[in-house]
Design a protein. Structure first.
Lengths: 437, 274
């Protein structure tokens, strides 16, 4: 049994192709069922995001990878030639490494972005609910979740916002904690104002107030953001009740002067005020930042933060890769032990069964012997079996190559007609608990 | 035995520092474990001293500091376990180590003079020590508030920005710590007043009891600190003195408390030198 990862991502395929190859469109369950119906792979997980489409499959031979690769084009009804050159295939531990890197966000367009781990979890949950997973993929995906969690908690890879809007929100959270219950004032109703407003709305702020020089544009944006539009000349009142102010007007002169904000601060009894000036030219007089309890960030400040965060993420890469290496080694060792151990056990059980059967058959002849002699016979036969199995057992345990393990297991199964262990694909109870812990 | 808490506090401080620098959650858990071990060992130590002396070891500055360190460690552990926030630990544990050196060097339990054999005395000392532990927490919260505030204000998002909880949370915890501390400070001072009034009437008053008046530095400075904390609470409610001002105030006020506790306690007081 081998693990395969077949797929395409933003690294190998242009966006048009990624848009076409979208397993999520008709539902992952559907894709899984169809792929399973073709007999491609015994265990299957399909992962489909806007930046990647990947199928994790367990099969016996490379044929599985081939079948899965064809499925990419067949399922989406496009010529295989269009897809083939963009597909990558990873096998065994490399497949595990690939998934672990994906789950950790190391393979993402924006390195370290956290959404991918949730997407991997969702993809696994769907496959698992549909009973398309078993021991190998169960363990694989739980290890991937571990990698994702460890990379997030032990490295700074996912830290720091890498877009201006998120940098502003991260700052707001560092000042106010939860933004739930905070009031926002947006000055301006253009595209930038709208974008930032949408991000803030997603943080469940209590109230969004929008003011623009023309009331109707403010009202349009207010409708979009479920906010309130106010007239331009009443922004002073709105200013004193807001916690976060976003300025994005097209004004050529500063809208918020130091005196104006100072006055507002007096009414708000010194509660902190976070002013985000994303307008160019600036809407807020830089002197406003000197006021106590006022935090002023303009677009350049936010861009600098984003640049620094990107640089810092780069530095954390090596630590994240080390975690991936560690977990890949652990998973590979587990896979290996899993492959050969059942064969060794079955072989030994087979020999022991033969020995017992022979002793049973000789029972009438042995019954005349004194008890010590009978015990001696038993011991000698046991020793012979032990001796016969000693070298094969050692040799088998020393095999490290995955393909060789499969070959050996296969040969032994045939030579000694070992019991075909149908349960091998199922997770044993103790493994299950280990996986879920 | 009397060095064990100090050693564990020091080990915890080292682990908290390592955790703060590298943010490895395993080191963080180790730090919490070591601190919990230190507090446990300290509990045993104080328990043993209580059994040996037949009363709680609260007499003398060294014993009082020991009890203070124990209460502070316990209070901090409570906050850490309920808020799941470890970043204060590095400051608290260093403070614990610094203060616990004094009782570790001077572990002998001072026998309790007859005049102190009143339950009111124990209530008085324990309330004040608990108040001081709360004020120490408030001070640490204030210090880290200012560190974070300065980074955000100066747009230099760096070391502390990545490690400390939001300003609003720090401010809220600071406000709670000061409220709790102020309540216990008030109780402690009132109980002390009642107790002094009781023993002054006894037939042969202790000379130290005679010295109990507003002119004694220990009592005077205690009332000054009560005044500062009352002002801090009032200013927050009435004039919006939150955030950075509250943070500075809790630092200054705790400096006064510490001065009273250690310097005045050792050298200047005529009424509280037991």
């Amino acid at each position: 049994m081998r693990l395969f990862a077949v797929g395409l991502s933003h690294r190998t395929a242009p966006v048009e192709l990624r848009e076409t190859v979208d397993f999520a469109r008709k539902g992952l369950e559907n894709a899984l069922a169809e792929l399973s119906g073709r007999g491609a792979g015994r265990e299957l997980v399909v992962l489909s995001t806007c930046n990647r489409a990947e199928i994790y499959a367990v099969g016996d031979t490379d044929e599985t990878a081939e079948q899965v690769g064809r499925f990419f084009s067949d399922y989406h009804e496009i010529p295989h030639d269009h897809v083939r050159d963009h597909l990558y295939v990873h096998r065994g531990p490399d497949a595990a490494r690939h998934l672990f890197r994906v789950a950790a966000g190391l393979d993402s367009l924006v390195v370290g972005e956290p959404q991918i781990l949730g997407q991997v979890k969702a993809a696994y949950a769907i496959a698992s609910d549909g009973q398309f997973t078993a021991a190998l993929t169960n363990r694989l995906f739980h290890s991937a979740f571990t990698v994702g969690k460890r990379v997030r908690s032990e490295t700074g890879l996912g830290e720091g916002a890498v877009s201006v809007s998120y940098a502003a929100i991260a700052l707001a959270k560092k000042i106010f904690g939860d933004l739930n219950g905070r009031a926002v004032l947006i000055l301006g109703a253009g595209e930038m104002a709208k974008l930032t407003g949408i991000h803030l709305r997603a943080q469940h702020v209590r109230k969004i107030t929008i003011a623009s020089r023309t009331l109707s544009t403010a009202q349009n944006l207010a409708a979009r953001l479920e906010g309130v539009a106010v007239a331009w000349d009443s922004i002073d009142r709105a200013l004193s009740s807001a916690d976060i102010v976003v300025t994005a007007t097209g004004a050529s002169e500063p809208v918020l002067t130091r005196a104006r904000v100072d006055e507002a601060m007096r009414h708000r009894r010194n509660r902190p005020l976070f002013v985000i000036d994303i307008a160019v030219p600036r809407d807020v007089d830089p002197a406003v930042g000197q006021l106590d309890q006022v935090f002023l960030y303009n677009i350049d400040d936010l861009r600098t933060i984003v640049q620094e965060n990107l640089a810092r993420r780069g530095a954390e890469l090596a630590r994240a890769e080390a975690i991936v290496d560690e977990e890949v080694a652990r998973y590979a060792a587990w896979m290996q032990s899993r492959e050969i151990v059942p064969t060794v056990v079955a072989l030994r059980q087979r020999f022991e069964a033969i020995r017992r059967a022979e002793l049973q058959r000789l029972e009438p002849k042995l019954s005349g012997l004194p008890p010590e002699a009978k015990a001696r016979v038993d011991e000698v036969t046991r020793l012979i079996v032990e001796k016969l199995l000693l070298t094969p057992t050692e040799q088998l345990k020393a095999v490290s190559d995955e393909a060789m393990i499969v070959a050996y297991a296969d040969a032994l199964n045939r030579l000694f007609s070992l019991a075909q262990d149908k349960d091998r694909d199922q997770v044993a109870p103790e493994e299950e608990s280990e996986v879920s812990s | 035995m009397h060095l064990l808490p100090l050693l564990l506090y020091a080990a915890a401080a080292a682990a908290y520092i390592a955790h703060f620098a590298w943010r490895d959650p395993r080191v963080g858990r180790l730090a919490t474990g070591l601190l919990a071990g230190g507090v446990l060992a300290h509990t045993f130590l104080i328990g043993m001293q209580t059994v040996q002396a037949g009363h709680a070891p609260l007499v003398g500055t060294s014993a009082a500091i020991s009890a203070f360190v124990w209460l502070l460690g316990l209070s901090y552990l409570y906050i850490e376990l309920t808020s799941d926030e470890r970043s204060m630990g590095v400051f608290i544990s260093v403070l614990l180590v610094g203060l616990d050196i004094i009782p570790a060097l001077d572990p002998a339990v001072t026998p309790r003079p007859p005049v102190l054999q009143s339950p009111l005395f124990t209530v008085h000392v324990m309330s004040l020590l608990f108040a001081y532990a709360s004020f120490a927490l408030a001070c640490v919260l204030g210090v880290i508030y200012v560190l974070l505030f300065k980074e955000i204000k100066a747009k230099q998002l760096g070391f502390f920005y990545a490690r400390l909880p939001p300003l609003a949370s720090l401010d809220l915890m600071n406000s709670r710590a000061i409220t709790v501390g102020w309540a216990f400070l008030t109780i402690g001072v009132l109980v002390g007043l009642i107790w002094a009034w009781q023993v002054k009437g006894s037939p042969a008053p202790d000379p130290r009891v005679q010295a109990m008046s507003l002119a004694d530095p220990k009592i005077l400075v205690a009332l000054v600190s009560w005044g500062i904390y009352s002002f801090a609470l009032f200013a927050r409610k009435a004039a919006g003195w939150s955030g950075r001002r509250a943070a500075y105030l809790s630092g200054i006020a705790f400096a006064v408390v510490l001065l009273n506790f250690v310097l005045v306690g050792y050298f200047l007081t005529a009424s509280h030198n037991f």
